[in-house]
Design a protein around this ligand. Structure first.
Ligand SMILES: [Zn+2]
Length: 406
């Protein structure tokens, strides 16, 4: 029997979990302005190894719009929590009533040593419960699909940090819309994207905490779908522009296929490089980053979107006529660390303002008034910024520490 004393990794990882991965696939179904959405489990499987965090297991620095929580089935103790957001949230927030639709989701979790409950909960922008589903998972259940013998797809380490594997953050860079013969070009783009991230503070100073792995996910056709042009090539993850009617919004609907590609590699964070020169992309917290690989602004856009997907940063941009956008209601403090409505500024960067190390400037989060940012310019505001503002840098550091330091 293992003792329950904290182990060398500074937590109770080896007491509660095995060095393997529990994957839970689900589907979210619902409609904007419809009744309560449904989260239904569509598959449970296990993989060899665990590449996620082994420290700070029962805490999170950010709330996100959703989380997955593991609790001990007998004691009820929280053993693990991971926050995230989804594209489904964005779709529900669209003003247009629409017929119900379904979207995929996947959670990668450390494999528990004993029976647990796994709860996946979604919240609305006022942090009210939107939907949640709890399932019992017994690690001895013969119905957990065994993928421990799965062989990873062809991949290359673009960057390998010096930390031990147990204190590293594994980021997969996936090819989308690249045929087999186009893989040398993908490798070049992947290198360019990772170089851009590691040139930005604080990633530059914390590079030892990261592995970046380029995964050669081959597509039958070249390019990505452009619905407004009637172009629908067959690609690995079905990525397309015109998401929610927005010309530049590029997203990938095939979440389960994405996780088929990354799970055997034990990766936790996802950057999808889409084979197109058309400006576009997206980034959602602990969900994925996607960018247009062949666009000249790809390095800056990738870092910006990774700010969303890795550290939960909000967009700091806005337009002068953005007065009524309700992405972030102004009567509640958003959980995103780099914008404030000043309803609870003490929980944000008030102390940095008091020390004269950061500002408080109106405009941000798609609103010209009622939301403030900390600096005039930042990577989360423009592609011409020199880097992240102090508040964003601190927020990124906290997320790196959370995943790597006891
Ligand atoms: Zn910033």
């Amino acid at each position: 029997m293992l003792l329950s004393a904290p182990d060398a990794e500074g937590g109770d990882f080896t007491r509660d979990f095995r060095d393997s991965t529990l994957r839970i696939d689900y589907v979210l179904a619902g409609a904007p302005q419809g009744s309560r959405p449904v989260l239904a489990i569509s598959g449970i499987s296990r993989y060899r190894g665990w590449g996620g965090r082994r420290v700070n297991l029962d805490t999170t620095p950010l709330a996100g719009n959703a989380d997955v929580t593991i609790t001990d089935a007998s004691s009820g103790d929280t053993l693990y929590i991971c926050p995230f957001s989804t594209l489904f949230h964005e779709w529900l927030a669209t003003a247009e009533p629409a017929a119900p639709a379904a979207m995929e989701g996947t959670a990668l979790l450390p494999m528990p040593r004993r029976a647990v409950n796994v709860c996946i909960s979604l919240r609305d922008k006022y942090r009210r419960p939107l939907t949640s589903t709890t399932i019992s998972v017994d690690p001895t259940d013969i119905m957990i699909a065994d993928h421990t013998a799965d062989v990873p797809l062809p991949h290359k380490y673009i960057y390998r940090g010096e930390n031990p594997d147990s204190a590293k953050i594994r980021v997969a860079v996936l090819a989308e819309g690249f045929t087999a013969s186009e893989m040398p070009q993908f490798d070049e783009y992947a290198r360019r994207a990772v170089d851009a991230i590691l040139e930005h503070s604080p990633f530059a100073e914390r590079a030892e905490s990261f592995d970046f792995i380029a995964v050669e996910t081959v597509s039958p056709d070249s390019g990505v779908a452009v619905p407004q042009a009637g172009e629908w090539p067959h690609t690995a993850f079905g990525s397309h522009f015109n998401t929610f009617g927005s010309e530049r919004y590029l997203t990938s609907p095939r979440i389960h296929a994405i996780y088929d590609a990354i799970a055997p590699l034990k990766a936790q964070h996802i950057i999808i490089l889409a084979n197109t020169a058309t400006y576009g992309g997206g980034g959602i917290f602990n969900f994925y980053t996607i960018t247009a690989a062949a666009n000249e602004l790809m390095p800056q856009v990738t870092v910006h979107e990774f700010g969303h997907s890795f550290a939960g940063l909000a967009d700091e941009y806005f337009y002068a006529d953005d007065l009524m956008d309700n992405t972030y209601p102004t009567d509640i403090e958003p959980w995103e660390p780099n914008i404030t409505t000043q309803t609870d500024f003490g929980s944000k960067w008030q102390s940095l303002v008091d020390e004269g190390r950061a500002g408080l400037i109106e405009g941000g989060g798609y609103r010209a008034t009622g939301i403030w940012r900390s600096a005039d310019n930042c990577r989360m505001r423009t592609n011409t910024s020199g880097g992240f503002c102090t508040v964003c840098r601190n927020a990124i550091e906290r997320v790196i520490d959370w995943q790597t330091r006891p």
